[in-house]
Ligand binder design. Sequence first.
Ligand SMILES: NC(=O)c1ccc[n+]([C@@H]2O[C@H](COP(=O)([O-])OP(=O)(O)OC[C@H]3O[C@@H](n4cnc5c(N)ncnc54)[C@H](O)[C@@H]3O)[C@@H](O)[C@H]2O)c1
Ligand SMILES: [Zn+2]
Length: 696
Amino acid sequence: MSTNELPVPPEAAAEAAQLRATLHHHAHQYYVLDAPELPDAEYDRLFRRLQALEAQYPSLLTADSPTQRVGGRVLDGFTPVRHAVPMLSIRTETDTTAGGAEAFDARVRRELALAEDAAPIEYAAELKFDGLAMNLRYEHGVLVQAATRGDGETGEDVTQNIRTIGQIPLRLIGATPPVLEIRGEVFMRRDDFEALNERQRALIAAGAKNEKTFVNPRNAAAGAVRQLDPAIAAKRPLSFYAYGLGEVQGWDVPATHSGLLDAVAALGLPVCEHRAVVQGAAGLVAFHERMAALRDSLPFDIDGVVYKVNDRALQERLGFVTREPRWAVAHKYPAQEQMTRLLDIDIQVGRTGKLTPVAKLEPVFVGGTTVSNATLHNEDETRRKDVRVGDTVIVRRAGDVIPEVVGVVLDKRPEDVGEPFDLYKRLGGQCPVCGSPIEREEGEVDWRCTGGLTCPAQRKQALLHFASRRAMDVEGLGDKLVDQLVDAGIVRAIPDIYKLGFTSLATLERMGDKSAQNLLAAIEKSKTTTLGRFLFSLGIRHVGETTAKDLARHFGNIDRLMDARVEELLEVNDVGPVVAESIRHFFDQPHHREVVEQLRAAGVYWPDEAGLASDAPRPLLGQVLVLTGTLPTLSRDEAKALIEAAGGKVTGSVSKKTNYVVAGEEAGSKLDKARELGITVLDEAGLRALLDGGTD
Ligand SMILES: NC(=O)c1ccc[n+]([C@@H]2O[C@H](COP(=O)([O-])OP(=O)(O)OC[C@H]3O[C@@H](n4cnc5c(N)ncnc54)[C@H](O)[C@@H]3O)[C@@H](O)[C@H]2O)c1
Ligand SMILES: [Zn+2]
């Protein structure tokens, strides 16, 4: 620090005071409330500006400056835990290029007063996990306490929540030292995070109050760890990697950091495999680059790598400054969250008709690429975050997940900001691609275009599905070809597939005579099919392969199915109200019936199945049965087919709606449940009597 102190200009003093106040506010939001309002990159920028001012004018430095302290505090409701060994932060090397590693190595060598030509220093290099620090205290080999970092001196007792992390052993393997504190990072994997937010969005759509989505995996992990209800914490899957030690009594600490991690792994704790022992600055740079290439494909977020002097004796010589060790540094990667301006909101029609609001952004470099579009997920989410055109928003891009807008920086909202988002109003109730009405079913998150197969946006997906192996099985009609055919305007609707001729095909790029002939042969072959496959190929929402087969078996021919009332559809095995409505809705649209007619006219053919003759007796009409155990002569499928042919329905579990339980040999809990609910239990003979029209 400079000794020839400069007089402090009043603007600098004012700026420093302002920065301290701003950083205090955001640190509180982030560390205490788990509700950040700024991207980390922006917080770091302000933090560095304050550091620079304090370096230039040391008299500006106050003891309570955010640059001097580790930034957490104990939240009400948690028991404070005083750390035996303080939990510190790590200095960050902000130069994200090779220069960052070189600067750290040069500093270490200078502080150790090494000669220019001294041998390179050995480092342990590891990932910097983006979660929160945890101290696990084992006494005599048993986990007795887990605590957050807090302000570094005092953390929070979160033992109950940490016990729900399956990866963390409750007892160490093969060692029972009086005290062994393991330190590491609790984090949430990216897929777990996506799934959690998906569930949260569905809960919110279903009207759940007090639920929210999380900004990023770190935020979700912090929320789960500091959850007062361990039952809720248990539903939020967390992971853990160990990277160091706290207090130790009665355990021989290995002489190197890498050896220490090996020993910790041998005790049964998870230690990340992506680590290395490297020599000198060149080794650090190589590790930094190797991990950068790996970053997107890792299943969890990292915000950089960490370098640690490997020899613990050297670590001791280097010691600590205020809030960080001198022997370690975090070398960051470009941030995965950035601020930018929201220029407009577009609405995209997905391949299944789903309408997704998409943010048009002022281009911003985030997560290693320039991003100008990001998903807003759906209408509710957009409104809940109160994202409006003109706002400054936080964009996140991590791994191969599509970029998303995770929040608004309300401080920066301009006066002329746009209206709250209203998808229906915005589109005037019409699909922006085909003009069909849009709709949103109750309990559903998404608006959808009702245009179905006539909507060009949905056409490609519909064609691919139609041609897929389990549907009409047109061999060779894949992704690329469908794109080509639709883009060239050769195929506009599904029936056009059967109008394809050799000449039009042969004009396509990369399509030789031979492949054109093969494709035509495959198309011809697909004309002979079954009703089940045909129904599946139409892509009716909620009608999968099995339901399609059940429908085919039940109705026998497509005309009866197309005219079936909802109540009749409900008689089909496993068809509930949502599926029944969806089928009815599909065939209520004239263009869908048209497609069926055109396909039949083109020569698509299937034999009618026996189905139910409409005048056959149906003694089990409206009855719900459950099968359990092994019947003496009938297989499960045979019994099911007989029941369905008699108009009955077979379900998988016993409830108050069940009329009969048919029990055979080794019937299990379903039988108990039936007895509990007082439901009539039949054996095979009893079932046959029912089928023959006998009374109950
Ligand atoms: N967005 C906001 O408003 C806001 C506010 C405050 C802080 N922050 C962010 O918090 C961070 C600063 O927090 P900090 O002081 O805790 O520093 P830090 O989180 O950047 O680094 C220290 C932490 O790194 C973790 N870590 C991960 N892998 C490690 C490894 N292999 N070895 C050792 N430690 C490892 C440990 O938990 C340790 O506590 C910055 O990224 C900052 O942007 C953001
Ligand atoms: Zn449409």
